[in-house]
Ligand binder design. Structure first.
Ligand code: C2E
Length: 352
């Protein structure tokens, strides 16, 4: 995301820009992915740019802004377009602001309801049989009460509408945030979010004196498999391996796509022995599944994975932890693949 757009989203008019961008996206049935959100923030905030003109032209021609059209627009007009901390931060700020507005509205709604009930009770009490001027005062109060209750009802329905609109907006922003942290092919956490989470988890572990173990898993001979069967089947293998890793690495663990055919799992509060058990389960499950080409039922054979893990040493940096897990992975590869290895101790890495 370009620096000027980040500045726009952080500025006082950021909320308005984001709201209008999401509104226009919704009106044109554009799926709220992070890239589309960025495109439409440019569209809203830039006035007459080449991008805005191209989008206007597509809309006028009735052409839907599909995923691939959005991709082509971003590639052509926003060559620097890349989701980074800026959009997450801006989304965070907006989401928090919206949450507090929603809470304020909900509490206003509650007190207006209570006020209405109090007035109704007072109206009943005042409705008794009184004579002369007292009766007239009671009638006036009862009328005033009914009027206030009517106004309250209008206010309540307006508040309910606004609350619903805000919660829709927040859902859209949450979707944009989720999308920015997820790998599109495998649905696992992406590399950028993984790096951030690893740093956070290590910080928490330092504070609580807990262990953390990091594993890196790589599909064996994936390139050969891809070359032999084509990228489409290659992608399905990635999805299959990711599905096993995602299931056994589910929260409180964190499973991520670390690179092309590389995956990672963070094991918060778990030591190397516990991680080893899970990694072996993953390895055995993957290697025992006979994969099929689904269109023809042709046998694709099996794939295997190699894994390496490192249990974090007190205060160790994330860079060193990743290096040691990586070294363990390469030990598995060099020992013949389809196996899991523990990292060498820190001193051995430093001496190497
Ligand atoms: P997918 O094709 O979207 O399938 C999602 C899930 O639907 C699979 O999760 C599985 O539970 C079920 N499923 C779909 N098609 C079949 C089928 O023909 N037979 C059976 N028994 N179940 C089916 P799963 O197994 O975790 O796989 C996740 C992804 O991994 C799949 O997504 C696909 O992209 C890939 N995959 C898994 N196994 C194979 C395979 O044998 N051949 C190919 N080409 N891809 C596979």
């Amino acid at each position: 995301m370009s620096a000027d757009i980040q500045a726009t989203l952080r500025s006082p008019k950021g909320y308005e820009v984001a709201r209008r961008a999401l509104e226009v996206m919704q009106a044109n049935q554009v799926w709220p992915t992070a890239r589309n959100f960025e495109l439409w923030v440019h569209y809203i905030s830039e006035g007459k740019s080449p991008l805005a003109e191209e989008i206007d032209r597509l809309l006028a021609a009735g052409e839907p802004i599909t995923e691939s059209v959005g991709e082509a627009l971003a590639a052509h007009y926003l060559p620097e377009a890349r989701l980074n901390g800026g959009i997450l931060e801006a989304g965070d700020v907006l989401s928090k602001e919206l949450q507090s507005v929603t809470r304020a509205i909900e509490s206003a709604q509650k007190s207006s309801e209570e006020y209405g009930q109090e007035l109704a009770t007072a109206s009943e009490r005042l409705g008794g049989d009184h004579a002369g001027p007292v009766k007239a005062v009671v009638a006036n109060l009862a009328n005033a009460t009914r009027k206030v209750q009517g106004e309250n009802a209008v206010l309540e329905s307006q508040l309910a509408e606004t609350t619903a609109e805000l919660s829709r907006l927040r859902e859209s922003l949450d979707q944009v945030r989720r999308d920015a942290m997820t790998d599109g092919l495998t649905n696992l956490t992406n590399r950028k979010a993984f790096d951030e989470r690893l740093a956070e988890i290590c910080e928490q572990a330092d504070a609580g004196g807990e262990p953390v173990t990091l594993a890196i898993i790589d599909i064996d001979h994936f390139k050969g498999f891809n070359d032999a069967w084509g990228h489409q089947i290659g992608d399905q293998v990635l999805r299959y391996v990711a599905s096993v890793i995602g299931r056994l690495g589910a929260a409180p663990r964190l499973a991520a796509r670390y690179g092309g055919e590389e995956f990672a799992i963070i094991f918060p509060a778990e030591n190397g022995r516990m991680a080893m058990t899970v990694l072996e389960e993953i390895r055995v499950e993957i290697s025992s599944r006979a994969l099929k080409r689904r269109s023809t039922n042709e046998d694709l054979g099996t794939v295997t994975v190699s894994a390496g893990y490192a249990e974090r040493l007190g205060g160790e940096s994330t860079v060193s932890l990743v290096e040691r897990a990586d070294a363990a992975l390469y030990a598995s590869k060099h020992a013949g693949r389809n196996r899991t290895s523990a990292a060498p101790p820190l001193a051995a890495v430093a001496a190497a």
